[in-house]
Design a protein around this ligand. Structure first.
Ligand SMILES: Cc1c2[nH]c(c1CCC(=O)O)Cc1[nH]c(c(CCC(=O)O)c1C)Cc1[nH]c(c(CCC(=O)O)c1C)Cc1[nH]c(c(C)c1CCC(=O)O)C2
Length: 348
C-alpha cells in the first residue's frame, strides 16, 4: 500500500510553503478530502457501520486518509478523524445521527464538566496516534500528513450547545452569564488539545491545523478571550515540544481580525475562508503562509466560473507563500471531474 516508492530528495512542497517558500504552482489539498464525494470512501464507511466506528478503527481510518492521495496525489494528507473526538475522549456522550450531524449531551455547569477528564482522554487519543502511524507507513516520505484539532471556542460551543448552531446562543449565554464555567471548559480544552496535537506530532504528523469554524460573530474582547488567547496557549505548548512542526490556524469567518490573530497566536500559516477578501488575505503573506479560499460551491458548480475564480486566487496569492485549498470542507455531492479539473488548473 506504499504510495511513494522512493524518498524525495527535496522537502515536500507543502512543508516548504508552510515554511515560507512561494511556488508558481502552489501545493494543494482540500479540507474534508476524505469524504462522501468519493465512492471508495462510501464503501469503507458502510463497512465501518457508523462514522465514529470509522474514526476509531485505525486500519480503516488510515485507508480512507490514503484514498484521496491515491486518486489525486494531493500534496498533503489529513488524518481522518473529527474535531468532536476531543470532547468524546474527555467523556462527553457523542453520536452522529444519520443526516443530522453531531449530537452531544450538553455541558452546562461545573458539575457536568467535573465528569470529564483529560486523563481519561489519553486512551482514545492513542487510537488516533495508531491511525497516524499506519497512515504514514502507507504514505512514505513523499506526502506529509497533517494532524488537527478543533479550537477551544468551536469545540466548547459544540459541547455547550450539544449540536451545530447558527447563532451560538447557548455557548454565548453561558460565557456571558457564567464566565468561570465557560473559562473552565476552555481551559480543559487547551490542555487536552495541546496534549493531543503533541501526541499527533510524536506519532509523525508533520504539520498541524487548528479548526476554529465558529470564530465569526464574536465581539472583539470575546474574540481575544475565546479565540486568540486559548489558541496562543496551545501554539505555545506545542511549539515548546515541536518547534519545527508548522501550525495552521483556521479562524473561519474572522477576516477583519486576521492581523491580530496572526500577530498574537503565533501560528505559522493562516487558513482563509471563502468570504475573506483576496487583498485582506494577501496582506497577511508578509507574516505567514496563507491557505484557502475557494468556495466549495464553486467546486461543486465547476466550469468557467470555477476556473475564473481559481485563476484570480492564484494571481493574487501564489506570488507569495500559499497553499491552495477550499474556504471550507468539500461538499458530498461534488463531482469527481470538477476536482480533476481544479487540480489541472492549479498545477498548470
Ligand atoms: C465543525 C467541524 C466538525 N468536524 C470538523 C469541523 C471543523 C471544520 C468544519 O467547519 O467543517 C473537522 C473535520 N471533520 C472531518 C475531518 C477529517 C479530515 C478532513 O478530511 O479534512 C475534519 C478535519 C471528517 C468528517 N466529519 C464528518 C464527516 C461526514 C461523516 C460521514 O461520513 O457521514 C466527515 C468526513 C461529520 C461531521 N463532523 C462535524 C459535523 C458538523 C459533521 C456533520 C456534517 C457532515 O456530515 O458533513 C463537526
Amino acid at each position: 500500500m506504499n504510495i511513494a516508492a522512493e524518498t524525495p530528495k527535496t522537502e515536500p512542497k507543502f512543508l516548504a510553503a508552510l515554511k515560507g517558500t512561494a511556488h508558481k504552482a502552489p501545493p494543494m489539498w482540500l479540507m474534508r478530502q476524505a469524504g462522501r464525494y468519493l465512492a471508495e470512501y462510501r464503501e469503507v464507511r458502510s463497512q465501518a457501520g457508523s462514522f465514529l466506528n470509522l474514526c476509531y478503527n485505525p486500519e480503516l481510518a488510515a485507508e480512507v486518509t490514503l484514498q484521496p492521495i491515491r486518486r489525486f496525489d494531493f500534496d498533503a494528507a489529513i488524518i481522518f478523524s473529527d474535531i468532536l473526538v476531543v470532547p468524546h475522549a474527555l467523556g462527553q456522550h457523542l453520536e452522529f445521527r444519520e443526516g443530522e450531524g453531531p449530537h452531544l449531551d450538553p455541558i452546562t455547569s461545573l458539575a457536568d464538566l467535573s465528569k470529564l477528564s483529560v486523563e481519561k482522554a489519553k486512551s482514545t487519543f492513542s487510537i488516533v496516534y495508531e491511525a497516524i502511524d499506519r497512515t504514514i507507513s502507507g504514505l512514505g516520505d513523499r506526502t506529509p500528513l497533517i494532524g488537527f484539532c478543533g479550537a477551544p471556542w468551536t469545540v466548547a460551543s459544540y459541547m455547550v450547545e450539544g449540536h451545530g448552531s447558527s447563532d451560538y446562543r447557548a455557548a454565548k449565554l453561558l460565557a456571558y452569564r457564567e464566565p468561570e464555567t465557560f473559562k473552565a471548559i476552555l481551559d480543559m480544552l487547551v490542555e487536552a488539545s495541546a496534549m493531543y496535537l503533541i501526541g499527533q506530532a510524536n506519532a509523525g504528523a508533520r504539520a498541524l491545523q487548528i479548526f476554529d469554524s465558529w470564530a465569526s460573530a464574536l465581539a472583539d474582547n470575546d474574540f481575544d478571550a475565546f479565540v486568540i488567547e486559548p489558541t496562543a496557549e496551545i501554539v505555545k505548548r506545542v511549539k515548546a515540544v515541536h518547534p519545527n512542526v508548522p501550525i495552521i490556524g483556521f479562524p473561519r469567518g474572522a477576516s477583519p481580525k486576521y492581523a491580530d490573530y496572526v500577530a498574537r497566536t503565533g501560528v505559522d500559516a493562516l487558513g482563509c475562508d471563502t468570504a475573506a477578501p483576496l487583498p485582506t488575505i494577501a496582506a497577511q503573506q508578509d507574516k505567514v503562509t496563507v491557505q484557502g479560499n475557494l468556495d466549495p460551491l464553486l467546486l461543486l458548480a465547476g466550469g468557467d466560473a470555477m476556473d475564473r475564480r481559481v485563476n484570480a486566487i492564484l494571481e493574487a496569492l501564489a506570488p507569495k507563500p500559499y497553499v491552495f485549498n477550499l474556504g471550507h470542507g468539500i461538499l458530498p455531492d461534488t463531482p469527481i471531474e470538477h476536482v480533476e479539473r481544479l487540480i489541472r488548473t492549479v498545477r498548470g
